[in-house]
Design a protein around this ligand. Structure first.
Ligand SMILES: O=C(O)c1ccc[n+]([C@@H]2O[C@H](COP(=O)([O-])O)[C@@H](O)[C@H]2O)c1
Ligand SMILES: Cc1cc2nc[nH]c2cc1C
Length: 339
C-alpha cells in the first residue's frame, strides 16, 4: 500500500506484519497457463517456478517485467577502525562517486539488463559506532536508515534489487548472522574484500566481541540490525520491507544483502516470501545464511563484489522466465499435440 510510513521500530514491524501475501488467484492462473505452454511438463525447470512466483507477487497470471529498479546503499562502519577489511574506509565514498559516474560493475550490469539504478549514500561522514563497544546505531539512527531504504523504492517498479557498498560490512553481516543463527563466530566471518589469515582471525575475534557487547541482538532481527548492522544494511532492509508491502518481487544479492534481509525474516515469518536469492557469493557464510532462510540461489558465479551485482545478473534469468511464461504459445494456439 503506497503512502504508508513509520517513525519508530514498533511501527515498522507492524507494517511488515500487516503486509498482504501473494495473489493466490494470479498464482493459480499462472500455474494453469504454465501447464498449457508448448513444452514437456517441467522442461523449463526452475524458470517455471520463477515465473509462477513472480506472477503471484505481480498479481497477474501473465506478468511482465519491464521496469526493474536497482538501488545501491552506501554506509561507513566504525568497526573498520579495528582493521577488519583489506581496504581503507575511504573507498566507500570513492566508490559512491564511481557509481554516480557510471564506472562500477553495477552500472554496467544494470544497463545490460535494462534496470534503472539509484545510489543513496547514508551519512558517510558519520560512521556507525564500533559495535564492539556497544550498539552501532541508536533507534533514531536505524529508523532513519530504514526510512531511506523505504522511501528509495519506486512503487511503479516491477522488480527490486538492493545492493550495498560499505568497507567493513562483511564483519557487520557476520555478526548479524552469528546473532540470528548461533554457531561460532568463525562460522560466519570470512575474507570479505580479501583479508589474510591474521586479518580473518582478528575479524572473528571482533565478531565475538560484538555479540558480547550487544547481548540483546541474539535472536532478535531488528535489534541485530540496530546493534550490529550498518546504515546501508538497514536501508536495504527498509527497501525490501517496502517492496513486501507494495508486493514488488525482490532479487537478493550477496552475503551482506542476505544478512540484512534475514533480520526481517527473523522479525516476521514470511517477510521474505517476495524474494529470491540471485546468487551465492564466494563469501563462504553466504551459503549458510541462504540455507537458514531456505533459499536456493539462482546463480553460483564465484562473485563476491556486492553492489547488487549478483542479483542484477539474475535479472536476466528472471526476464527469461517471464518472457517464456507470458510470450510462449499454448499447445492449442500453436496446434501442437500435447501428448
Ligand atoms: O556481496 C557479497 O557477498 C560480498 C562479499 C565480500 C565483499 N563484498 C563487498 O566488499 C565490501 C565489504 O568487504 P570488507 O572486507 O570491507 O568487509 C562491501 O563494499 C561489499 O559490497 C561483498
Ligand atoms: C574497489 C571496491 C569496490 C567495491 N564494490 C563493492 N564493494 C567494494 C569494495 C572495493 C574495495
Amino acid at each position: 500500500m503506497t503512502g504508508q510510513s513509520f517513525s519508530t521500530l514498533v511501527e515498522f514491524q507492524a507494517l511488515l506484519a500487516e503486509a498482504a501475501g501473494p495473489d493466490t488467484a494470479a498464482k493459480a492462473a499462472a500455474e494453469e497457463r504454465n501447464g498449457q505452454l508448448t513444452k514437456p511438463p517441467g522442461a523449463l525447470g526452475t524458470l517455471e517456478d520463477l515465473a509462477i512466483w513472480f506472477a503471484s507477487w505481480q498479481g497477474n497470471g501473465r506478468p511482465s517485467l519491464e521496469n526493474p529498479q536497482v538501488i545501491v546503499f552506501a554506509g561507513n562502519h566504525g568497526v573498520t577502525a579495528r582493521g577488519v577489511s583489506a581496504f581503507p574506509a575511504e573507498v566507500t565514498e570513492q566508490m559512491v562517486l564511481n557509481f554516480q559516474h557510471g564506472g562500477a560493475a553495477i552500472n554496467q550490469l544494470s544497463k545490460a539488463f535494462g534496470a534503472k539504478m539509484d545510489v543513496h549514500a547514508l551519512s558517510l561522514d558519520r560512521p556507525t559506532a564500533d559495535f564492539t563497544q556497544g550498539p552501532a546505531m541508536s533507534e533514531d539512527e536505524v529508523v532513519a536508515a530504514l526510512l531511506t531504504g523505504w522511501n528509495a523504492v519506486d512503487p511503479s517498479a516491477d522488480l527490486l534489487v538492493t545492493g550495498e557498498m560499505g568497507i567493513g560490512n562483511t564483519t557487520s553481516a557476520a555478526a548479524i548472522a552469528h546473532a540470528l543463527f548461533g554457531g561460532e563466530a568463525a562460522d560466519w566471518a570470512g575474507r570479505g574484500t580479501g583479508v589474510d589469515d591474521a586479518g580473518l582471525a582478528l575479524k572473528t575475534q571482533v565478531v565475538t566481541e560484538g555479540l558480547l557487547a550487544n547481548p540483546g541482538a541474539k535472536g532478535d532481527g531488528i535489534e541485530a540490525l540496530r546493534c550490529l548492522g550498518g546504515r546501508e544494511l538497514a536501508a536495504m532492509a527498509g527497501a525490501i520491507a517496502r517492496a513486501r508491502v507494495e508486493s514488488i518481487p525482490v532479487i537478493l544479492d550477496g552475503f551482506i544483502c542476505t544478512a540484512a534481509a534475514a533480520c526481517l525474516a527473523q522479525a516476521q515469518a514470511g517477510a521474505l516470501d517476495h524474494t529470491v536469492a540471485g546468487h551465492v557469493s564466494a563469501e563462504a557464510a553466504h551459503a549458510r545464511v541462504l540455507q537458514e532462510l531456505g533459499k536456493e540461489p539462482l546463480l553460483s558465479m564465484g562473485m563476491r563484489l556486492g553492489e547488487g551485482s549478483g542479483a542484477a545478473l539474475a535479472i536476466g534469468i528472471l526476464k527469461g522466465a517471464v518472457a517464456c511464461h507470458s510470450g510462449m504459445a499454448t499447445f492449442a494456439e500453436a496446434g501442437v499435440s500435447d501428448g
